[in-house]
Design a protein around this ligand. Structure first.
Ligand SMILES: *Cc1c(COP(=O)(O)O)cnc(C)c1O
Length: 502
């Protein structure tokens, strides 16, 4: 399928006077556009493509063929967890009973939707060991920011104004320091040990009464379980700070362990990683946050709450509180986004959890962990494994083991595209120069994983025998290699249209 046969832009397919649409009759009682004030009217017609329907259908269908998704093939993207999104999720999210609701509808007219919302909050509490959840934040990073705002509100409510720092391990996801900075807090980096886990001795030197919180990912971005999490939490608490858990990817923990039991006070989950939802290319997502007992009152509004009569209601912040004049019992942040978060993603997560069920949920973490270890063990003789041992749901290679070939992680990633696989996450984490972060998830069959392993081995072989093939990959994609530096420094953001013969 070569789109270029047809043209890159729908505009290039345009032929004057050709139509592929039919609009319903204008029934605005004879009023026409001409009645708009002259100053607001166009003087020249808008330049719109004019195409027949079949051309439009083919153009967009062919374009969609350039997308790579979990539905096309294996997508082992570490940290971002590209999980299969079952069709039933889409059916539920599209149900008219949900999709045609209005967020300002009175609570008594949408009890079903509120029940989904409240039900998911409760499920997340039981899966994580937290006391309360809000589903309002729209993404993982948004959850981090909201969680840090909760932590700041908590310190402020105690009159403890000097806590301005957040401790973040050097292996952390980039959104952690970014969220702290957006929240007006200073980032203090904590070093990692050779084995990839947090250096507790380094942490100790950085603890004092200016620490607002420590942010941690566990298992961390190397896929390693931070075995000193309890000790770290105790140390931070001793100094009056709170523990923040980055649960963007809670996959390996499902059914195995709960952040609430490890001493964390505030956390977020990415519904769009842990509980399916396709989220390539920047959306959609939802990043609920959970808090331990005692911090509920700092959560943002609106909140869905259970009333004594068993019905659900929506609680918003009082106008006084939004002006900063609330009493000690009403310290909510107010709204952190439009209404209740991304409800269609919430519906998908709710459906996913119910589909799997409580018993099978316990298998998610162990299966994801098994799959990751299976790949790691079958490739570590040809790819460099900087930190040996058992990993959790993901692991990191530092490029090919044989460095003499000159073939880089970028080359391997590009060559994988030729074989029909999405590349893993590359050049992250920053702890190694040639990072290649692989995460298979629990959904993949042994056959899929075995073929991926054999392709990775084949590429390692090619790197030795015919390195040029790997270095010049990809060959089978519509676009070869883009120059990352040039694209960032001198982006060409206009497109020169091919002139079509009229
Ligand atoms: C994806 C991810 C985030 C950020 O989530 P977004 O929804 O992309 O904002 C934060 N931390 C970790 C560990 C992640 O993998």
């Amino acid at each position: 399928m070569n789109n270029r046969l047809y043209g890159n832009l729908i505009f290039e397919l345009s032929r004057q006077g050709r139509k592929g649409y039919s609009l319903p009759k204008n029934d605005f009682g004879g009023h026409s556009v001409k009645e708009l004030p002259a100053a607001m009217r166009r003087t020249v017609d808008a330049e719109m493509p004019e195409c027949d329907e079949l051309t439009v259908v083919r153009h967009y269908t062919n374009l969609s063929g350039n997308n790579f998704g979990v539905n096309n093939g294996f997508y082992p993207l570490g940290s971002c967890t590209m999980k299969y999104n079952p069709i039933i999720n889409e059916e539920v999210a599209a149900m008219r009973e949900f999709s045609s609701l209005h967020p300002l509808q009175p609570a008594e007219t949408c009890q079903g939707a509120l029940e989904v919302y409240y039900g998911l909050q409760e499920m997340l509490c039981s899966l994580t060991g937290m006391s309360e959840f809000t589903l309002n934040p729209f993404a993982g990073a948004h959850g981090e920011l909201t969680g840090l705002m909760v932590i700041s509100s908590y310190h402020r409510s105690r009159g403890d104004m000097k806590r301005t720092k957040v401790l973040i391990p050097d292996s952390a996801h980039g959104t952690n320091p970014a969220s702290a900075a957006v929240c007006g807090l200073d980032v203090v980096e904590v070093k990692s040990l050779e084995d990839g886990t947090v250096d507790v001795e380094d942490l100790k030197t950085k603890l004092d009464d200016t620490i607002a919180a420590m942010m941690m990912t566990n298992p961390n971005t190397l896929g390693l379980y931070e075995k000193h999490a309890h000790e770290i939490a105790a140390l931070v608490h001793e100094h009056g700070g709170l523990m923040y858990y980055d649960g963007a990817n809670l996959n390996p923990m499902l059914g195995v362990a709960r952040p609430g039991d490890m001493g964390f006070d505030v956390m977020h989950i990415n519904l769009h990683k842990t509980f399916s939802t396709p989220h390539g290319g920047g959306g959609p997502g939802d990043g609920p946050i959970g808090v331990r007992e005692g911090l509920e009152k700092f959560l943002p509004t609106p909140r869905v709450i259970l009333k004594e009569d068993g019905s659900l209601a929506v609680k918003t912040a009082t106008p006084e509180c939004l002006k900063g004049e609330c009493d000690a019992d009403d310290t909510s942040l107010g709204s952190i986004g439009a209404f209740f978060g991304n409800f269609a993603v919430i519906l998908r997560a709710f459906t996913y959890i119910l589909t799997i069920g409580k018993e099978n949920m316990k298998m998610v973490g162990p299966l994801a962990t098994l799959n990751a270890n299976y790949i790691k063990e079958n490739l570590k003789d040809v790819y460099e494994l900087p930190i040996p041992g058992v990993c959790k749901h993901e692991f990191v290679f530092n490029g090919l083991k044989d460095k003499s070939t000159g073939v880089t992680t970028m080359d391997v990633a590009k060559r994988l595209l030729d074989y029909g696989y999405h590349a893993p996450t590359i050049y992250f984490p920053l702890l190694f120069h040639e990072s290649m972060m692989i995460e298979p998830t629990e959904n993949e069959s042994k056959e899929t994983i075995d073929s991926f392993i054999s392709v990775m081995r084949k590429i390692a072989e090619e790197a030795k025998e015919t390195p040029e093939i790997v270095k010049s990959a990809p060959r089978n994609t519509p676009i070869g290699r883009v120059d990352d530096v040039l694209a960032a420094k001198h982006p060409i953001i206009t497109y020169k249209q091919l002139k079509n013969e009229q």
